[in-house]
Ligand binder design. Structure first.
Ligand code: NAD
Length: 506
């Protein structure tokens, strides 16, 4: 069963199939029938039908269901950790300690946030009227998510949308749909009504494209690459849909000359290798003061060499494979080209003699030193365990290099000087800037980019703003049949106008 529509698991109607492959072994772990036009129509209709009741449920009712959902997820945490690890090639330690607990915390957060929708105070902003704000759900959300954090991305898309009273049709990446399907089932078991969460699986160019253009979808919410993000923008333009885009990143990691070098080295290794570097906020461009440059390279290369690649099911494994053979070729190609203009240290595809790794799409941690700021490896998303490094001499130069990118998702500054840290956090153009750390996220704080990394926020109460509209409600206070402002439209004998009626037309 490959689709989750109106609270039920069903087969896709196309008859065409997509295999889900474990990237650490190359084994097919599931074969799903792809959704087609009919499934898109059914899912959007189910979401449309579920909207009136769900949007009118009280915040307390929605919160109670989400609270139960968090408890059920807690009970099934290990099942989710295993499935996420297998479909996405993540080390089991990562899914047990990061993906799954992060997701459960997100559900618990939105259970609370559902009861905390805010707006301006009601009041008389004109003498003859009382104004108030209603914060309302938007309707049916059409959402598309990527393969790098399938479970967390499903949670980031679904939770704020439904906490605010919307219904959703989500299409996960075709290569990693399994935990999203299970997530929707467990939500339904917890009491989320049928039709509130629907999951369609299949390719972006078919199912995704159709969902984006469906006339009954009120808003599009997309996480993925900047290039597909542009397609989503075009689709939104043709049907004038509201839009939320979380796109690519190329995060700078700026090490000033007063930084704690050991901390920066450890931070760079963890920040660049998380999820095998397939993380939109991963440290990808180390911009290091010339006085620390060679020591930094030596330290990172030393730790990179100790990182243990291995089976994803082994808790001792540090680094899992890349998500697919195709992606492994892309990463390898970018590093090979970099050999022509930079110093490549370590890394590469493990030798085929290593039988434990040969079946998977593994790639060793790779440092690319002396990468020039205009080079491909320094500018484009590699989305692998690859850190490019370049030196700088002045603070001005470091900030300029950090900002010399079309992206603006995340960044970090490493310094003990509070004024430098303040300057970096103020002047680096990114949706998140860490000081002396790189990667941590928390449910209470927003995640989202600037520039070509998109717009809108995931997580936090800011994401509820994305999935709600504020409606102005205005009550006349005079009870008069003719109003002062009517004079701007038609004239009346002045004695018929009430003395206190001063409200103007907007
Ligand atoms: P992708 O853009 O290739 O695919 C994302 C999703 O879009 C998938 O579900 C895919 O099937 C779908 N899709 C592809 N073509 C489509 C089309 N023509 N119409 C509709 N849908 C289509 O991205 P990916 O390779 O899955 O994920 C990696 C990218 O995601 C990276 O660029 C990464 O930076 C980005 N990302 C960003 C964030 C963030 O929060 N900003 C988080 C995670 C990943």
């Amino acid at each position: 069963m490959s689709q989750f529509i109106d609270g039920k698991l069903v087969d896709g109607t196309t008859g065409q199939t997509v295999d889900v492959i474990d990237p650490s072994t190359g084994e097919t772990i599931a074969t799903l029938t792809q959704a087609g036009s009919d499934d898109v129509k059914l899912a959007v209709q189910a979401a449309r039908d579920a909207f009136p009741a769900w949007s009118r449920a009280t915040p307390a009712e929605r919160s109670a269901v989400l609270t139960k959902f968090a408890a059920l997820m807690e009970e099934r945490a290990e099942e989710f950790a295993q499935l996420e690890s297998r479909q996405a090639g993540k080390p089991i330690r990562l899914t047990r300690e990061f993906d799954v607990p992060g997701t459960i915390d997100n559900i618990a957060f939105f259970a609370g946030a559902a009861r905390n929708l805010e707006g301006k105070a009601t009041g008389e902003y004109s003498p003859d009227h009382t104004s108030s704000i209603r914060r309302e759900a938007i309707g049916v959300i059409g959402s598309i998510s990527p393969w790098n954090y399938p479970l967390q991305m499903a949670a980031w898309k679904i939770l704020p949308a439904i906490a605010a009273g919307n219904t959703i049709v989500l299409k996960p990446a075709e290569i990693t749909p399994l935990t999203t399907l299970l997530f929707a089932q467990v939500a339904t078991e917890a009491g989320v009504p049928d039709g509130v969460i629907n999951v369609l699986t299949g390719r972006g160019s078919t199912v995704g494209a159709e969902l984006l253009r469906h006339p009954d979808v009120d808003m599009l919410s997309f996480t993925g690459s900047t290039s597909v993000g542009r397609t989503v923008l075009e689709a939104a333009a043709t049907t004038a849909k509201r839009l939320h885009l979380e796109l690519g990143g190329k995060a700078p990691f700026v090490v000033f000359d007063d930084a704690d070098l050991e901390a920066a080295i450890h931070g760079a290794v963890a920040g660049s290798l998380i999820n095998t570097g397939q993380d939109c906020t991963a440290a990808t461009r180390a911009i290091v003061h010339r006085s620390l440059y060679e020591k930094f390279i030596e330290g990172v290369a030393g730790l990179y060499a100790q990182v243990k690649l291995g089976p994803t099911s082994d808790p001792a494994t540090d680094l899992g494979p890349l998500v697919s053979r195709r992606h492994q070729e892309t990463v390898a190609g970018m590093v090979e080209r970099a050999r022509g203009y930079a110093r490549v240290i370590g890394g590469g595809i493990p030798s085929s003699e290593n039988s434990e790794l040969a079946a998977g799409s593994y790639y060793r941690p790779t440092l690319v030193a002396d990468a020039t700021p205009d080079s491909e490896i320094f500018r484009d998303e590699v989305f692998g365990p690859v850190l490019a490094v370049t030196p700088f001499d002045t603070d001005d130069e470091a900030i300029a290099l950090a900002n010399d990118t079309p992206y603006g998702l995340a960044a970090s500054a490493w310094t003990k000087d509070v004024y430098r840290a303040q300057r970096a956090t103020r002047e680096i153009r990114a949706g998140a800037v860490w000081v002396n750390d790189h990667i941590p996220i928390i449910s209470e704080m927003p995640h989202g980019g600037l520039k070509q990394s998109g717009f809108g926020k995931d997580m936090s109460t800011y994401s509820l703003d994305e999935y709600t509209v504020v409606k102005h409600v205005m009550f006349d206070l005079t009870g008069a049949s003719t109003k002062q402002w009517h004079r701007t439209i038609f004239t009346l004998p002045s004695e018929t106008l009430p003395a206190t009626n001063e409200g103007g037309a907007a």
